[in-house]
Design a protein around this ligand. Sequence first.
Ligand code: COA
Length: 224
Amino acid sequence: MTGIPDPTGNFARLMQLYLTLHSDHESGNVSAFTTHTVGSALSDAYYALSAGLNGLAGPLHGLANQECLGWIIMVKEKFGRVPTNEQLEKFAWETLNSGKVVPGYGHAVLRITDPRFDAFMAFGKKYCADDPVFQLVAKVFDVVPEVLKQVQKIKDPWPNVDAISGSLLHHFGMTEFDYYTVLFSISRALGVCSQLVISRGIQSAIVRPKSVTTEWIKKTVGAA
Ligand SMILES: CC(C)(COP(=O)(O)OP(=O)(O)OC[C@H]1O[C@@H](n2cnc3c(N)ncnc32)[C@H](O)[C@@H]1OP(=O)(O)O)[C@@H](O)C(=O)NCCC(=O)NCCS
């Protein structure tokens, strides 16, 4: 249905992997948690999912996958070829020092390379090894964690799924970056809607954040 020619069947293989990996979530991320929260008010699944997907559109969440490929292409265009490790290291510092995040790196929970990144890397090595964009993604993986480890506040210097997914779509001719988060959404819908059914089945309670009193706030900031 994407219209991408697939004489080898490898794009279909990628889609199987892509849709499976992106449906997986650990409930605590923005799209999964928002879907759960809205669903917990007994809104129907359409409203709950659409709320979650609005969260997926944020650059710190799902949109990172297209931002990440944009960053990779920018590096490639800047250096005109696959840069050396030293050039890449310098460029990563420039990104950080300009107050931007290195997209595709870091995670709120994981403290290891995202297993979904590993699965995509294995796929890329098998089917896209000669692609310069994929090669650059692999090189970034060699260099960027060592840079991020030097920034004390960053808890997880390792790549997440978004660091690599776009390069594989790009390899097979899906070059419309704006569409990447749409694919992510289709897949995420499978995961969060399954969770909605379970939540409704076990009659899980309405979600709300913990409330605190003005007294508690005053005491906590030392103003009591
Ligand atoms: C995913 C992410 C939002 C997690 O944020 P978090 O839970 O606050 O992560 P941390 O506790 O490690 O963040 C501590 C600090 O390090 C910064 N940091 C984390 N990852 C970073 C990265 N890849 N590049 C630059 N700075 C980063 C955070 O912005 C934060 O800075 P601040 O205190 O000045 O606001 C964050 O790592 C990020 O923005 N990554 C890039 C975007 C991305 O890949 N998103 C997809 C996630 S699946």
